[in-house]
Design a binder for this molecule. Sequence first.
Ligand SMILES: [Zn+2]
Length: 121
Amino acid sequence: MPTENECVCCLGNDNIVIVTNENCCITFHDSFENIVLNIDSLNIVRHNLVSQCKSKISKDRYKIVTNKLWRHLAYKNFISWINSWTTIGRNNRIVIPACVVRQVGQRFPEETGFKEFEDIL
Ligand SMILES: [Zn+2]
């Protein structure tokens, strides 16, 4: 049975309506693939995060690439995109719509192991 958070529909989010400019699922938006699911876009975010980290432990967190990390970056990009014209407080939690969670999960499924990424930082 889905949790309350998993039932959140993107169509009920005012910021998504602003981005889509119509009452249409955000996953059908032309930019969804490029911003949320594209490895190159997510990699740029990852490299920026690594360069902003002050400690080696924090840097290392982004150097080993797993699907879990891609999902984290995809959600981060989604939130940044959808809320680009509003301020998000540091402690405010944003609920990711179920349709977005599903798309991101299909692209970057749960995995049991991890593989090291050839890093060019
Ligand atoms: Zn949707």
